[in-house]
Ligand binder design. Structure first.
Ligand SMILES: C[S@@+](CC[C@H](N)C(=O)[O-])C[C@H]1O[C@@H](n2cnc3c(N)ncnc32)[C@H](O)[C@@H]1O
Length: 244
């Protein structure tokens, strides 16, 4: 078996080919995030996508939000390199060095593209209007997950919007077993072998650590957000948005 270069079950070079056969409605997550942000009263000047992977969300977002500057972050250098191949030429895109969400502090890093000092008016402050974290934080322990969400909160400007999708633990033991079988069957229906689908499902609670919707809502409120909403649930994934 090849050694993986990131925490997902796919090599960065195979991620784009495999991911839609692994996560049901994967492409819709991105589309609906864009529709959601478009429906809110914000005209984002700056948008951070943390855990950006190969840059699929930002690739779509650039078409809808043409004057927004996008900052991409990920702890995996290989994922970032794939994202750079896809988006590196775009003048509205910049990349952080490999960094997990927990350690991002944009106020420490002057922008290469533009000045986002906004209302804060302090030398390096970048007023980030939107932060997205899509399927990126479920690898973390409870403490680290809190640090990751709190870091997103801290990096947002007042009234900034945080949108996240994650793998979800159903509310009951029986629901979890049904959910895993439901998800396993999806992967087989999309062409994965039974062995590959089984191996993927075995990662649940072992290589990534889903929490329930209720625990997500509590964590997001505890991190300080004044508005916390769930806007998507399918199979074993859910999407939430929050306003600072
Ligand atoms: C399933 S991929 C999702 C990638 C992308 N967001 C997408 O929608 O395709 C998970 C990504 O989260 C990244 N990741 C893992 N731990 C992270 C952390 N602590 N903070 C931010 N990203 C993390 C991985 O390197 C990987 O690129």
């Amino acid at each position: 078996m090849q050694k993986l270069d990131n925490l997902t079950s796919h090599l960065s070079s195979e991620y784009d080919l495999q991911i839609a056969n692994t996560i049901p409605y994967y492409n819709f997550f991105h589309q609906e995030i864009l529709n959601l942000v478009e429906s809110m009263d914000i005209n984002p000047k700056c948008w951070l996508d943390t855990g950006c992977g190969t840059g699929n969300l930002v690739e779509k977002a650039l078409q809808k939000f043409q004057s927004t500057v996008f900052i991409l972050a990920d702890p995996s250098a290989d994922m970032l390199n794939k994202a750079k191949e896809k988006l590196g030429d775009n003048k509205n895109v910049e990349f952080l060095e490999p960094t997990p969400s927990q350690d991002i502090s944009l106020s420490d890093q002057p922008s290469k593209i533009g000045d986002f000092r906004g209302a804060k008016n302090s030398t390096n402050f970048r007023a980030v209007d939107v932060i997205t974290s899509i399927q990126s934080h479920h690898y973390l322990s409870e403490d680290e997950r809190y640090k990751a969400v709190k870091s997103c909160y801290n990096n947002l400007d007042e009234n900034g919007v945080y949108v996240t999708f994650e793998n979800i633990r159903p509310l009951t033991v029986q629901g979890t077993e049904i959910g895993k079988e439901y998800w396993r069957k999806f992967q087989i229906s999309r062409g994965k072998t039974v062995v590959d689908a089984d191996n993927h499902i075995k990662r649940f609670g072992v290589e990534y650590f889903p929490i329930t919707v209720e625990d997500h809502l509590s964590l997001l409120r505890k991190s300080g957000f004044s508005v916390v909403e769930m806007f998507w649930y399918s199979y074993m994934q859910a999407g939430f948005y929050c306003i600072k």
